[in-house]
Design a protein around this ligand. Structure first.
Ligand SMILES: *Cc1c(COP(=O)(O)O)cnc(C)c1O
Length: 356
């Protein structure tokens, strides 16, 4: 605490990301990064624009990338908003669509940035408790509210709701904005992008960080009715006109254009997820059905925190949340096959030692 801080800064409770240790080499299964590198075409595209033009500002509208995304999703360019990672798009969305007058609603177990944004922008919120099995109680999202936000698939549980359910939520909240955070949608769920033309209150947010292996480039986007996109532009242009730099814009376009690589890597991750799920079940784990690039697991006889610590000693990082309802679970990112073989081998040892 410093006397120089504003009251706003004093009262913040910032988000704490998963650790990015610099000391030794860990197998990193703790921040849902993609284990595969970005497409070579992305690297080449970035190198090609790493030149004298960096002295000039980038296109503030990111028109070329918007056009690539609009084509990809069969939408108009004015239905696309770009941001410096989807976290920024989320922050702008809270500012653009939510007011302090009425509480917004989101699940009690979800992406922890939502409460952080609600606090910084002074937006009241009400938590909707997930069912015992961590599924989303859809009807609870019909109640009076100032806006709805949830990830689909949910984080950190990984489970996904069908489009019929999203459609019901949209109809019941037709006068409020419903934000579907689709950070993990490319790993097996059905995207609500298909509903964008039908529901003016729907905002779908996606990212290049997970399924496109570009967490380091910081590119996220929102898809929705053009009025919602205009609202986001008003906020963005009141904070920073140039949220995406020249390299990010070009790299993202190359990523969208390399469909083969995208399909290949996401399929590999889904295959590995299936294999690891059955391996874990065999040794006594309960595994929540996942449509994401991570698994949310707990063991019938060993405490999650103990497994977490033992894996850490063996240079494997997974995510443990010391929070109500989920403090006996671990979130494990799907790594490549070699990493996951080591993970399974070490977890088997931990389970075996526990049974001695
Ligand atoms: C990873 C993640 C994001 C943020 O991704 P960016 O890297 O900022 O694009 C947003 N929402 C959820 C649920 C996530 O897991």
């Amino acid at each position: 605490m410093s006397k120089y801080w504003s009251r706003l800064a004093q009262n913040l409770e910032p988000y704490v990301p998963g650790e990015q240790p610099q000391d030794k080499k860990y197998i990193k299964l703790n921040t849902n990064e993609n284990p595969y590198p970005p497409s070579n075409k992305v690297i080449d595209a970035i190198k090609l624009v790493t030149d004298d033009k960096l002295s000039l500002y980038p296109d503030p509208n990111g028109s070329e990338l918007k056009e690539a995304l609009a084509n990809y999703y069969n939408l108009d360019k004015d239905q696309v908003f770009l941001g410096n990672g989807s976290d920024e798009v989320l922050a702008f969305s809270f500012m653009a669509f939510f007011d302090s007058s009425e509480s917004i609603i989101f699940p009690d177990i979800t992406y922890s940035f939502y409460t952080v944004y609600a606090n910084i922008f002074k937006i009241n919120y009400e938590l909707v408790p997930l069912n015992e099995d961590f599924t989303l109680p859809i009807k609870e999202l019909y109640k009076k509210n100032g806006g709805v936000i949830f990830p689909n698939p949910n984080a950190p549980t990984g489970n996904c709701i069908p489009l019929e359910d999203i459609e019901k939520v949209l109809i019941k909240n037709i006068n409020r904005v419903v934000i579907v955070d689709e950070a993990y949608i490319d790993f097996g769920g059905d995207s609500a992008v298909a509903l964008v033309d039908k529901y003016p209150n729907l905002l779908v947010i996606q990212t290049f960080s997970k399924s496109r292996s570009l967490a380091g480039l910081r590119v996220g986007y929102a898809l929705g009715n053009k009025d919602l996109i205009e609202g986001l532009n008003r906020v963005k242009n009141s904070v920073n006109s140039y949220t995406l730099d020249r390299l990010a814009l070009k790299g993202a376009i190359a990523a969208i254009n390399d469909e083969n690589y995208f399909q290949e890597t996401r399929n590999k991750i889904m295959d590995t997820r299936k294999r690891i799920t059955s391996e874990l079940i065999k040794i006594g784990f309960n595994v929540i059905d996942s449509k994401s690039n991570f698994l949310f697991i707990n063991h019938s006889s060993i405490k999650a925190v103990d497994i977490f610590m033992k894996l850490r000693e063996r240079a494997i990082l997974v995510r443990y949340f010391k929070m109500p309802r989920i403090d006996n679970y671990l979130r494990v990112t799907i790594g490549n096959d070699k990493e996951m073989d080591i993970f399974i081998r070490e977890v088997c040892k931990i389970v075996y030692e526990n049974n001695l």
